[in-house]
Write a protein that binds this ligand. Sequence first.
Ligand code: BG6
Length: 494
Amino acid sequence: MENKTDFQYPHTFVLLGASGDLAKKKIYPTIWYLYRDNLLPKNTKFIGYARTKQSLEDIKEKSKKYIKVRPGEEKKLEEFWKANDYVTGSYDKRTDYELLNQHISKFEKGPTANRIFYLAVPPTVFEDVTVNIRNACIAIKGYTRVIIEKPFGRDDESSDKLSSHLASLFKEEQIYRIDHYLGKEMVQNLLTLRFANQIFSPSWNRENIASVLISFKEPFGTEGRGGYFDSFGIIRDVMQNHLLQILSLVAMEKPVTLNPNDIRDEKVKVLRHIKPIQLENVLVGQYVGNPNGQGEEKLGYLDDPTVPKGSVTPTYAITVLYIDNSRWQGVPFILRCGKALNERKAEVRVQYKNVPGDIFEGHAKRNELVIRVQPGEALYLKLMSKSPGMKFDLLETELDLTYSVRYKETDVPDAYERLILDVFTGTQMHFVRNDELKEAWRIFTPVLKELEEKHIKPLSYVYGSRGPPEADAKLAECDFKYSGSYKWQKPTPS
Ligand code: BG6
């Protein structure tokens, strides 16, 4: 029973794993913001479900620190909690889900009622939870949608197994695989930038572009999450999903329409042109403590007590991918990500080739289109201009669209807010389709296995640095020129 998306019907949002970290830090705050801004169907009931014996009061208390409430919103917050409930139950017993089903049914007045299940549960209970939802909690007078979070397996085989499992229970239209980078403003803007501007289309190809660098940097380490992180590593944690998703939006051909499946067809197509990554195209690093740093910075990855001794799990990686189609053949797409670096930043740099037939004695630097995803959304085009005044020198400058300056009044919503709302409206455009996931694992699995089987030792880099010193040489090898002569200054609002 799809398409009963009308907001007048009762909806139930069930949060499984309601006692966990993700729930208190992210999901409860998100549903509160959506509720506060009146974006959800009026008649929405929220039910937390988990093994922990606790009350709604406990949930309120735990998530308090993460829920932002502005003056004057206290009454609305009370109303929000009144629309919430908590049910204790196991993840593997059908009878507990039957009770949950009865609980949900109590609120489902009228001929139609829809259900959304958000699985904020560990991968170990994933199969039990989904089977039990299917067997005991499916909506009988409306749609059932299921939201799931990575990890979607840890290689091609485990991911295929999970996909077949899900496909045996739900239709693809019912499954919403979250990659929260697809909910970020500038990632969503890629489609508009590329296909609503004639200025970019003719130059978006191998004739004009030297390389594309997609980066993710975080200024903190694993922070007690080392146990989980160690069995995944940065390539699975960030690169194979978030960065590859950005790559497919940067590189794909124009979709036939904006229909979610037309868009995802093009994303899959471009991924199919990428061969599995070769080990020689990968550089991995792991952070060590900074003896001159403060607090956490003094500790390296291996000093985290939850990380196994001698682990070679990368916390930094650069991977170079090539897209073997007529638009991109030979253009390096460099994916770079790391934890415990010098700053927080996620951005795309499309670097153009040198101007042919140089008349400026090598002073003209390359153009670069920079799409800054975070922090502080911005889009700027680095270009050369004559230095203003009597001189005839060249000046590196930029055309700058910084959101906080240009769109002062607009609040950019958080990625999770957009994505959860999309599930209510039934929009799958910003969710990962099964075949995209399959291609992502096809590209990454062989090299991940090789790194592990050969026990490749990562290069060291100091907590708080720019990464392993060898990384710059790798970028230069890939035709990415870093001149160091230009630094973008965030404009200050007037
Ligand atoms: C998650 C990763 O998917 O993304 C984390 O598991 C990472 O390791 C996080 O910290 C980064 O998200 P954001 O939105 O803060 O850039």
